[in-house]
Design a protein around this ligand. Structure first.
Ligand code: FAD
Ligand code: FES
Ligand code: FES
Length: 1362
């Protein structure tokens, strides 16, 4: 069948939220996400990445199967779902689940009331994942719940409150079910109430929750059922502008189509073809969708195995295998178990629900988790073409080692045969990924051995690896050589040697992970060896004694469990008025709107008449002269309106805020890859992006290209000024100390990964050069200033509006200003509204992040652990423009002491100028890096003195009223209280003993525990940066409109400000509304940064409310029994002004860098965190077992919001210190441009037990209602996980007699952990020859596999640019 004579375009019929959609011109290139958002104006479904990696776009798809009369509901990522695949399906979006206009669904209600939303951008996706689970399982288990959320990322909450909401739907008890320290989580709560201060552990009340009533849900549309039952199935054709979609219904038709269009891909889940088309520029004029063909959906049980259709979804395969395992005898199900093992962590549920078995196999990606295990298990592929049918072993498609086609282009995969395992056959699958769930593997493996009956003689062996090279590879020679051998240590020894020789791993272009992959390749085989040895024991325990007890734990993989958590805060005084909301865990003011998808973000704003979309063209060179820009091809593109360059900027293109310009458009030369050179405006985002790709820029490379800190030092390339702080007499002190250590630590950068990418809508008003700028920013005033300066108009013509921001973390300051200027210049030139929404890839490429950091230190100390002198140098990679880099360097110096009194200290900080994208503010602002350096040398001192790290910490901690290294006074009483409470609450010493005991009993798994204190100074360094203003209007109906200069980006500032106004005006919160932050209502507002938002704006709101109350007081006094409305009415009639501004001048802060003295901070927050982890020494994988945090945040205005900030920051800290890795090419091109390559913590990464306590009775005279600014501090506490991992690694190294001092860099990834747990396998990889390594006998290999080895691999690969 060819396209000639094919029917015209069909009407695409499907339902969305119970409404019938008939699309006459369905475009096969259109994904459901853009269709929902742009066409149907259903903007609750969000764009977070476009590639299936974040879950922000999750929807529920329902289909009806007429044969079984069953309706299937499944979650899917709308960003990868072609609308043409939805024929006959019903789509439910967050709007269809519930809304404030109709009924808020229990999922939405509970997520909001349990404080599961902060910025709210991920919330609709979370709602849809939970909702879909509940449609299928109204009382799910906690395992089902946690699995349902594995594909949804949240950058704000740290997941705990989301899981709390989820737990309310689970049937089973919420208790931890175990008695850690003799207490379960619920017992602990009881203890709390014995104490003098009344504390509370309830952040929400389940009493007010509506019950889940499945009868209330939208039904599957009867029309679709009828359509499916009555209409004969026929081939569907959808013709788009460039692409045709054909959906045949019979195998014959499919084979005809494939014969006619051999190059056309078969698209089922579109999870492989989709990302290729979106991100790698692949284009297919024809695609064939075979999902409706019965032959490709068969599920056949045979005597010797299962045959599964190629179009079966991976979720269906998972269900079928799970059922089969429960039905068949164990002996027959080893293959099924091994495949299931991989399916559990493959993608998230949204991916598995649509991705097909055939697609995973035929894509032949090296990262396929299924191919190695299916190939090793002798699975067969049933192929068909016009030429006939044939069956081939799956392994054949990898026979040539490069994955070339043994399947002809005309052939299709009909089904896959998965055999039963046989007696004496053992099958296993392994994988190691940068994150345990929803992450493509670094390396994986499938292994199978068959023994001669009743023996351990190898009859057949297959070993396949994935992730290693460009496709799945087989260790064929190895397997052949080992046939006939006994399953013993000699075989192991030889196998490892042979595998390493056979599996050639060429260096990747980024030169990374090769050694790690090789180590995994042999470590996986060793694990298989142990597994089989242990299984042989069950066959004949006398002949096969199994493996030593201490090796057994490594056979268990880490599992994600729903965490148990407790949050403790000081209760309000009983005398407090019930209406007064201060101190209560009030729900986020937008919580319900987040959960119903009604909360409006920039790209949700309706389009303005004539609006244009903007796509940026960025530099592909790190340092080069622009020779020419050829826009001719781009201008010819459909819908293209104009191209904007630096020449179109009416006034300022370069902003000088410090040492060097911040640049809107590159002019003449580029200084980093990702710098904006020009922009295309067109009638749609697709047309703009297509045209942007056609702009040709010719470059002439300029020297030098400086990418790393080392290169910057070499070329003396720094932003000025360099900063230094000195205190005491360092040189003299070094002469008197007992010991000196010197070292260095590298801390990688971090991507903000706010879920809402940078977004702007610039709308020219059409008169007086006025322009409305709607922008996702933390600093509207700077946007106004930069836009006005770039257009050359006074600031009073630019109105900047921010309703809310979908996460910012410091990343939406200057960078947002530059992007707003790009959009405004385009809007000015075209006189049209211009919308600029960065794709995730562009956002990561262009906007920079946290500064990579190198800390070099020399520390002098006494044998008793007292540190006497520190001499340190910090280098931060500022990137190509200054932004806030010098400020970050300064803060890193000011906060470097963390919790310690260092009598003699000298420290330098340098902001390096390089050709990377410019780095910027990020939560913690230099402190997370410099404090990690400090804690690193603390552990170094511990190693050297033989004292424990916590002893060194205690000995050197600030103890009484003291002065910092820049002579600011501090009272560390609450630091000590936090430390002691954390020690006590975590039962540190008894758990440390338990950890040691565990480590003695387990060889390949180790635990580690660490407790880290924190002093976090609060302040912005100078008064004017902390001034704030508010504006409060009271309307004649008594309602109050409140505004202030702070930005809501998830931290709950508006909720807290309404709490403040409610207390001050003595009216319920429900009378007070917050609309937006705008430069028209509050001018010159300072940025919402540095944890200061609530402090400073709270003061301003209080001031405004007090002014109003003062005006009302005579009226109230006259009529004390009157109501608020009576007083307001009377005030209006008496011509009393019902509008007031409030103002706060800011904190009196200063720093004299010449003298190295000052009061740059107003007060200090304190905290301590204790974390426990477990590592797998064979893979480097780890699990966060437990974290206890105690924080002094003064008196909390809203404990739910504040605890949410601590937990969210802590989890972001775990990301920084243990998993988030930015990778660049040697030419300075960022590789990690989406959630598929850059891993932020997911639900599987939070501690299994997670407790946060707020220190009670803490006063703070400097901030509103005695509170403390809390946004940033918690991030550093994530370092407790870093040091717990270090503790576990130390235990491994001690046991193996390895070198005591070792360096660990951040992030402490699985790769680094594995390398630090050096053993014979790592050594084999280093020396490549087992013979060289093995000075001991093969016997000792298994029983004492770890001879002391040097050197230890600790260097990061060269691609890590610091
Ligand atoms: C966010 C994300 C995370 C992921 N995580 C993992 C992971 O952890 N582990 C892992 O293994 N994979 C992972 N994947 C990959 C995913 O499993 C595969 O993309 C998926 O299985 C492919 O199936 P599909 O139906 O979506 O393929 P499609 O994209 O629809 O098609 C894929 C290719 O297979 C061919 N094809 C499909 N069916 C047939 C057939 N019957 N006969 C012949 N050719 C056919 C098509 O022509 C096409 O070239 C992930 C993907 C995403 C997007
Ligand atoms: S936007 Fe679809 S998964 Fe991220
Ligand atoms: S609340 Fe989840 S990303 Fe902000």
């Amino acid at each position: 069948m060819s396209l000639q004579g094919a029917a015209g375009t069909e009407e695409l019929i499907f339902y969305v939220n119970g409404r019938k959609i008939v699309e006459k011109n369905a475009n096969p290139e259109q994904m459901l996400l853009s269709y929902l958002r742009k066409r149907l104006r259903l903007t609750g479904t969000k764009y977070g990445c476009g590639g299936g990696g974040c879950g922000a776009c999750t929807v529920m798809i329902s289909t009806y199967e007429p044969a079984s009369k069953k309706i299937r509901h499944y979650s899917a990522n709308a960003c990868l779902l072609p609308i043409c695949s939805l024929y006959g399906a019903a789509v439910t979006t967050v709007e269809g689940v519930g809304s404030t206009k109709t009924r808020v669904h229990p999922v939405q209600e509970r997520l909001a009331k349990c404080h599961g939303s902060q910025c709210g951008f991920c919330t609709p996706g979370m709602v849809m994942s939970i909702y879909t689970l509940l449609r299928n399982h109204p009382e799910p288990t906690s395992e089902q719940m946690i699995a349902a959320l594995a594909g949804n990322l949240c950058r704000c909450t740290g997941y705990r409150p989301i899981l709390d909401a989820c737990k309310t739907f689970c049937k089973e008890s919420v208790c931890c079910q175990r008695k850690a320290n003799g207490k379960c989580c619920l017992d602990q709560e009881d203890d709390l109430f014995d104490k003098e201060e009344k504390v509370s552990t309830r952040l929400f009340s389940t009493d007010e929750f509506q019950p889940l009533d499945p009868t209330q849900e939208l039904i599957f549309p009867p029309e679709l059922m009828r359509m499916s039952e009555n209409q004969p199935k026929r081939t569907l054709f959808f013709h788009g502008e460039r692409m045709t979609w054909i959906s045949p219904v019979s195998l014959d038709e499919l084979l005809d189509l494939k014969a006619a269009h051999p190059k056309a891909p078969l698209v089922v889940g579109n999870t492989s073809v989709g990302p290729e088309m979106k991100f790698r520029g692949v284009f297919h004029p024809i695609v064939i969708a075979p999902a409706r063909i019965p032959d490709l959906n068969v599920v056949k049980r045979m005597d010797d195995g299962l045959t599964l259709g190629a179009a079966c979804s991976l979720s269906l395969v998972k269900d079928i295998l799970t059922n089969a395992i429960s039905e068949y005898p164990e002996e027959k199900t080893k293959v099924f178990c091994a495949v299931l093992q991989q399916l559990r962590t493959l993608g998230g549920e949204q991916i598995r629900n649509v991705a097909s078995l055939g697609g995973n196999i035929i894509s032949r990606k090296s990262t396929s988790d299924l191919n190695p295990v299916l190939a090793a298990s002798n699975c067969m592929l049933n192929l068909a073409s016009r030429g006939g049918k044939r069956q081939i072993p799956l392994s054949d498609i990898f026979a040539d080692g490069v994955g070339n086609n043994t399947i002809t282009p005309e052939e299709i995969l009909v089904s896959v045969y998965i055999p039963h395992s046989r007696k004496g056959e053992y099958v296993s699958a392994f994988r190691q990924a940068p994150r345990r769930e929803n992450a493509l593997p670094i390396t994986n493996a499938g292994m199978r051995v068959l023994f001669e009956e009743g023996t351990d003689l190898i009859k057949d062996l297959s070993i396949f690896y994935g992730g290693a090279v460009s496709t799945t590879v087989c260790a064929k020679q190895t397997c052949r050589t080992l046939i006939g051998r006994h399953w013993n240590e000699q075989m192991l020894d030889e196998a490892c040697r042979l595998i390493l020789k056979e599996i050639a791993l060429p260096g990747s272009p980024s030169g990374e992970k090769v050694d790690y992959k090789k180590t995994l390749v042999v470590s996986f085989f060793y694990r298989f060896f142990l597994e089989v040895l242990q299984s042989l024991r069950t066959m004949d325990p006398c002949r096969y004694p199994g493996i030593p007890m201490e090796y057994r734990s490594v056979l268990q993989d880490f599992k994600t469990k729903i965490p148990q958590s407790i949050q403790i805060y000081q209760d309000i005084e009983p005398s407090q008025s019930p209406q007064d909301p201060v101190g209560r865990p009030i729900m986020h003011q937008s919580g319900i709107k987040h959960a119903t998808g009604e909360a409006v973000y920039i790209d949700d704003l309706p389009s303005v008449d004539g609006e244009l979309f903007l796509a940026v063209v960025t530099s592909s060179r790190a340092h080069a002269k622009i020779v020419s820009i050829d826009t001719s091809e781009a201008l010819k593109g459909p819908g293209v309106f104009d191209i904007i360059t630096a020449h179109d900027v009416p006034a300022t293109n370069e902003f000088y805020y410090s040492d060097g310009p911040e640049i809107i458009f590159a002019r003449n030369k580029v200084i980093c890859v990702g710098q904006i050179v020009c922009a295309v405006v067109a009638d749609s985002d697709i047309h703009a992006k297509e045209a942007a790709a056609k702009v040709k820029i010719e470059y002439e490379v300029l020297e030098p290209v400086i990418l790393t800190i080392e290169e910057a030092i070499k070329h003396n390339s720094f932003f000025e000024p360099k900063r230094k702080l000195e205190h005491g007499n360092v040189d003299q002190a070094f002469e008197t100390v007992d010991n000196i250590i010197e070292g260095e630590i590298r801390i990688g950068g971090q991507e903000h990964f706010y879920m809402e990418t940078q977004s702007v809508l610039a709308v020219p008003i059409g008169e007086d050069k006025e322009m409305d700028v709607y922008v996702s920013t933390q600093h509207p005033a700077i946007i106004q200033e930069m836009v006005a300066a770039s257009l050359g108009v006074p600031a009073n013509r630019i109105m900047c509006h921010v309703k809310r921001v979908g996460g910012a973390f410091g990343g939406k300051l200057l960078k947002a200003g530059l992007l707003a200027s790009v959009a405004a210049v385009a809007a000015n030139k075209t006189s049209r509204a211009v919308r600029l929404i960065l794709s995730r890839g562009d956002d990561m490429l262009i906007t920079g992040g946290r500064h990579p950091f190198i800390g070099k230190y020399k520390v002098g100390f006494m044998n008793d652990g007292r540190i006497r002198a520190v001499d340190a140098k910090y280098y931060i990679n500022g990137g190509c423009t200054p932004d806030d880099s010098v400020l970050v360097a300064e803060v890193s110096l000011l906060k470097m002491d963390n919790a310690y009194k260092i009598p003699n200290l000298r420290c330098w900080a340098y902001a390096c100028k390089t050709n990377l994208p410019s780095n910027t503010a990020f939560r913690g602002f230099g402190f997370p890096q410099s404090a990690l350096v400090t804690e690193t040398w603390i552990t170094g001192v511990a190693d050297k003195t033989g004292l424990s790290p916590e002893k060194i910490r205690e000995i050197n901690m600030y103890k009484e009223n003291e002065q910092t290294h820049f002579k600011q006074k501090l009272d560390p009483q609450n630091l000590i209280r936090c430390w002691n409470e954390c020690m006590e609450k975590s039962a540190y010493y008894s758990r440390k003993t338990a950890v040691n005991e565990f480590n003695k009993q387990n060889y390949w798994k180790k635990k580690g525990i660490a407790i880290v204190p924190m002093k976090f100074p609060f302040g912005l360094g100078t008064r004017y940066l902390s001034q704030a203003a508010a504006l409060v209007h009271i309307y004649t109906d008594g309602s109050v409109l409140l505004t202030h200069g702070g930005i809501e980006m998830g931290q709950g500032i508006h909720t807290k400000m309404i709490q403040v106004a409610s207390r001050e005006l003595n009216i319920p919160m429900s009378c007070i509304h917050f609309c937006e932050t705008s430069t028209t209502t509050v001018p010159n507002a300072c940025a919402s940064v540095g944890s200061a938002g609530t402090d400073v704006n709270g003061m301003a709101v209080k001031d405004a409310c007090q002014t109003l109350l003062k005006r009302l007081q005579p009226i109230i006094n006259k009529n004390p029994k009157g109501t608020w409305n009576d007083w307001i009415k009377e005030a209006f009639e008496q011509s009393v002004s019902l509008s007031a501004t409030g103002y706060f001048r800011g904190y009196n802060e200063n720093m004299d860098w010449e003298k190295g003295e000052g009061q740059p901070f107003t007060y200090f927050l304190y905290g301590a965190a204790c974390s426990e982890v477990e590592i797998n020494c064979l893979t480097g994988d780890h699990k966060n077992l437990r974290t206890d945090i105690v924080m002094d945040i003064g008196y909390s205005i809203n404990p739910a919001v504040d605890i949410g900030q601590i937990e969210g920051a802590f989890v972001q800290g775990i990301g920084l210190y243990t998993m988030e890795e930015l990778k660049y090419s040697p030419e300075g091109v960022l590789y990690t441009r989406g959630p598929d390559q850059y891993k932020i913590p997911a639900v599987c990464d939070i501690p299994e037990q997670f407790s946060v306590s707020l220190l009670s009775s803490s006063q703070n005279p400097y901030a509103i209602y005695s509170s403390k600014g809390i946004g940033e501090a918690g991030l550093f506490l994530g370092s407790s996980v870093f040091f717990a991992l270090r503790d576990a690694v130390t235990s491994v190294r001690n046991e193996r007699g390895l070198k005591k001092t070792f360096a660990l860099n951040s992030p402490l990834t699985a790769e680094q952990i594995r390398a630090s747990c050096a053993d014979d396998f790592t050594e084999m990889v280093i020396r490549r020859s087992l013979r060289e390594v093995r000075s001991t006998s093969a016997e000792t290999m298994l029983l004492h596999p770890c001879v002391p080895l040097t050197p230890v691999i600790t260097d990061l690969p060269s691609s890590h640019l610091l």
